[in-house]
Unconditional design. Structure first.
Lengths: 115, 115
């Protein structure tokens, strides 16, 4: 079974600063994908970034980058130049590639960006 | 692309009544739809996986007679909460993908309040 761990308490981040959100995972499958989603207070789930287990380079998507350390089974999200609109819950998720596309989610990280 | 439309966005109902939530894939064929439930300040928990034209697969602990799922077409999946009780009050959100291996795209969720 897959397991996603996000243990950081709620975080306050100064606007324009960078923030790192920790995520560790556990799986016995060699082929998997890691995702980060953002959930603002309105509730929708917004896909941010994806990292495949065989990807050689860390994924980047605009201000989002993923610090993928496969041996340590961690997939931390880095948000650079934080904006007020980045205030939200952030969920790390994993999917086994030969499964049925189901995602297992971590408990989430609350981020509040302050001016 | 890959838009999932979910309705209603919120609903208040009396205890004992049934509520139907619809999820439509607007620009792709959703062979599989995932239904999640989220309590306040908690993570998303997978309730069931519905496949077009067949019975849904429910996660352990989810009552299939209470949460009826129908996936009669490639663009529509419905979740009916039958004989709702206050403890069913939650945020329900569906998701699907346009192709295997791609990120899941989520509906905007339905906030159900049972009085």
């Amino acid at each position: 079974a897959q397991k996603i761990t996000q243990t950081q308490p709620g975080m306050f981040v100064q606007e324009k600063e960078a923030v790192t959100l920790d995520c560790t995972y556990d799986t016995s499958d060699p082929s998997y994908g890691l995702f980060w989603y953002k959930q603002p207070s309105s509730g929708e789930m917004i896909f941010l970034i994806y990292q495949g287990s065989y990807d050689q380079q860390n994924a980047t998507e605009g201000r989002y980058s993923l610090n993928f350390q496969k041996a340590r089974k961690s997939a931390n999200l880095v948000i650079s130049a934080s904006q007020l609109g980045d205030s939200a819950m952030y969920f790390c998720a994993m999917r086994v590639l030969y499964g049925n596309n189901r995602l297992a989610f971590g408990k989430g990280n609350q981020v509040v960006v302050i001016p | 692309g890959a838009v999932v439309s979910q309705h209603p966005s919120w609903v208040i109902c009396k205890s004992g009544t049934s509520v139907k939530i619809e999820c439509r894939s607007l620009d792709f064929q959703a062979t599989t739809m995932f239904w999640y439930r989220q309590f306040p300040k908690q993570s998303l928990m997978l309730m069931a996986t519905s496949n077009e034209g067949s019975k849904a697969t429910y996660e352990q602990g989810v009552e299939k007679d209470k949460f009826l799922i129908n996936h009669a077409s490639l663009t529509l999946s419905t979740l009916t909460v039958t004989s709702a009780h206050p403890e069913d009050s939650s945020f329900y959100i569906c998701s699907s993908t346009d192709r295997a291996g791609s990120p899941l795209h989520f509906g905007n969720g339905t906030r159900l309040t049972v009085t």
